[in-house]
Design a protein around this ligand. Structure first.
Ligand code: NAD
Length: 457
């Protein structure tokens, strides 16, 4: 393995040669990436199964096809996105050309997380390549089968000199972060986010941080709890709750808590008729360390009303509902990142808003979910809170629209991507003014000596 310094130098030389800037190169690379996904569809499904026990349809829906759709969209819109945009001009610039070109930053370091190991690596790479950058990709060492497959396939399909995969853990990532990159795109937890930001600051490298947190759900009175239960538990059970935008906890009235718990039992019966442990559709916790953490959450507060089962040998944690949880309970102090749903009975929306705004791990969740048909209440929550995104009456679906930027705010991250926002994230807006060496008389007033009569003219 070459040293990271050498990798950095070599890839920088490739960028300086200018070849990644051409539209032909970008289109060819994106087409190859598409081919890589299509030809190796089964292999990608297989590694997702090995890493997370992800069933085929979940892998396709949330990772492989999700990424594929973004690729097709980028290929189709590349020309439009890269066309320079004319800028407005004042009278003094009548004869000139003023425009903005979206240009690549240079060499982008992309550090992925394990929970969606295909999507969280390839999707940012699509944006980086579409924008004409070179890429060093560092997949998560925890989803090791996916990481190994990416290391095997990417050099087979993409320009080996301009796009490289580096595998490794904390030691390797730490060493990579010592080098100067032109852009860093990091997905993972906030603690490491701070490490990445400090490292980037050393070189004044721009960054995107896609972090996590506790995404709240508020359930209003008078909503159809059968539907609400389906939509919350879909968000909570997908990837066994190991989703950055998973609904973390629910706040509702005491009466709603009771009815919602009953509705959730029915939902789980419908989702997993033979029980989630036997269902091929229910994922496992990714590693022993994470399993121990999630398992502990079952005793994290309140009373177990649904589930609460574990199987150590499989790292299985059943979908679990905890009722009568308090804000001060241990499960409410950190992101759960597992299939456990605490419900906190609250008197009214003000109590819920207050917790969102003063919560222990920050006041700006990645996503905020509200189940309500009351426009006034929805507006009030919008007005009095802040979050990366908001989704009314559903979970997860806001991430599936490429026209909506995906990203956090404050402690849940900075910057955003998906669709054109991925291209924009990896592009520098270069301002260009083209003038002619003519009409020098027009410039008389700007040159010294500065006398009053010049401006009065
Ligand atoms: P992880 O353990 O895979 O870490 C992410 C990356 O950081 C890996 O590539 C890893 O090698 C690197 N890393 C880990 N420790 C490091 C260190 N000390 N120094 C330098 N690099 C280090 O993933 P994770 O952090 O467990 O991921 C889960 C978290 O990520 C959750 O908080 C989740 O909400 C968040 N997340 C956010 C998004 C998003 O798009 N906003 C998506 C997925 C996950």
């Amino acid at each position: 393995m070459e040293s990271f310094e050498k990798i950095n130098q070599n890839i920088r030389t490739v960028f300086r040669s200018g070849r990644t800037k051409s539209l032909e190169w970008r289109r060819a690379q994106l087409m190859s990436l598409l081919k890589m996904l299509d030809v190796n569809r089964e292999k990608f499904s297989q590694v997702l199964k090995e890493d997370l026990n992800k069933c085929k349809s979940e892998g396709l829906l949330f990772e492989i096809d999700f990424t594929r759709n973004a690729l097709v969209d980028s290929i189709n819109k590349l020309k439009k996105w890269t066309t320079p945009k004319k800028a407005k001009k004042g009278l003094l610039y009548t004869m000139d050309k003023a425009y903005i070109r979206k240009e690549p930053f240079g060499v982008a370091l992309i550090i992925g997380a394990w929970n969606y190991p295909v999507q969280l690596t390839i999707l940012p790479m699509v944006g980086a390549i579409a924008a004409g950058n070179c890429v060093v990709l560092k997949p998560s060492e925890i989803s090791l089968n996916t990481a190994a497959l990416l290391e095997e396939l990417v050099p087979k399909y993409l320009d080996q000199e301009a796009v490289q995969v580096v595998n490794g853990g904390i030691q390797e990532t730490t060493a990579l972060l010592k080098e100067k990159w032109d852009y860093i795109f990091y997905t993972g937890n906030s603690m490491v986010g701070k490490i990445v930001m400090k490292a980037a600051a050393e070189h004044l490298t721009p960054i995107t941080l896609e972090l996590g947190g506790k995404s709240p759900v508020y359930v209003d009175e008078g909503v159809d709890l059968g539907i609400v239960a389906n939509r919350i538990m879909w968000g909570k059970c997908t990837n066994a709750g190991q989703t950055c935008v998973a609904p973390d906890y629910v706040m509702c009235s005491k009466t709603t808590q009771e009815a919602l718990t009953e509705a959730i039992k029915q939902t789980l019966q419908n989702f997993y008729p033979d029980g989630p442990a036997k269902s091929p559709d229910f994922c496992r916790i990714v590693s022993d360390k994470h399993y121990q953490r999630v398992k502990k959450c079952i005793q994290g507060g309140g009373t177990v009303a649904v589930g609460g089962d574990v199987k150590d040998e499989e790292r299985y944690v059943s979908p679990t509902v905890l009722v009568d949880v308090k804000f001060s309970d241990s499960i409410m102090q950190d992101e759960i990142f597992g299939p456990i749903l605490p419900i906190i009975p609250v008197e009214n929306e003000d109590v819920a808003i207050n917790f969102i705004n003063t919560g222990p791990i920050g006041n700006t969740p990645l996503t905020l979910y509200v189940f309500s048909s009351n426009t006034e209440l929805r507006n009030k929550i919008m007005k009095e809170t802040n979050s990366g995104s908001v989704c009314f009456n559903d979970t997860l679906s806001q991430c599936n629209l490429p026209s909506l930027p995906f990203g956090g705010v404050g402690n849940s991250g900075m910057g955003a991507y998906h669709g054109k926002y991925s291209f924009d994230t990896f592009s520098h807006k270069r301002s260009i003014l083209e003038r002619e060496l003519k009409m020098e008389g027009m410039n008389d007033a700007r040159y010294p000596p500065h006398t009053d009569d010049k401006y009065a003219k």
